[in-house]
Write a new protein. Structure first.
Length: 152
């Protein structure tokens, strides 16, 4: 059904299916390069260290944290990343690099080496989004909307 000529008549004439509606009061997002999420869940962070890491991250980012910087690093605290141990956990997107047991010293290295220098801090990494074989695809191909179910 990729070809509009093959669509049922009630869909074929509906231009709204392939146009983006304009919402006058839609929010505006300044450009940014990365998003850092810190897990503050009670199992991942039983000592409550994530809140302090979040505050330190804001101070330590400097110009990388400024709203108008197109290389800005956005930051957020989440209540669960679904791992629930080994925390505090921190994940950097769009790379999908997951760090464990993040202390202030580890945070300093992540900021300097990964966020500023572009080189992830290997000794704290426990997961990489790029290691997922389901996401591997030939260059220039977009991921499918839904993964195919394995054949029984």
């Amino acid at each position: 059904m990729g070809n509009p000529d093959d669509w049922p008549e009630e869909i074929a004439g509906d231009d709204s299916l392939y146009t983006v509606p304009v919402v006058e009061d839609a929010p505006v997002q300044a450009p940014y390069a990365r998003h850092v999420l810190i897990c503050a869940g009670r199992y991942c962070d039983p000592k409550g260290e994530a809140a302090a890491l979040y505050r330190q991250l804001a101070q330590k980012l400097g110009a990388l944290g400024e709203y108008g910087n197109p290389l800005r690093v956005k930051r957020g605290v989440v209540s669960c990343l679904g791992v629930c141990y080994g925390g505090p956990l921190l994940v950097v997107y769009p790379e999908g690099i997951w760090y464990h047991h993040v202390t202030e010293a580890a945070l300093d290295r992540i900021i300097e080496e990964h966020l500023r220098g572009g080189k992830p801090v290997e000794e704290y990494i426990f997961h990489r989004l790029s290691d997922n074989p389901a996401l591997a695809r030939p260059a220039g191909c977009a991921p499918s909307a839904a993964p195919e179910e394995p054949s029984p």
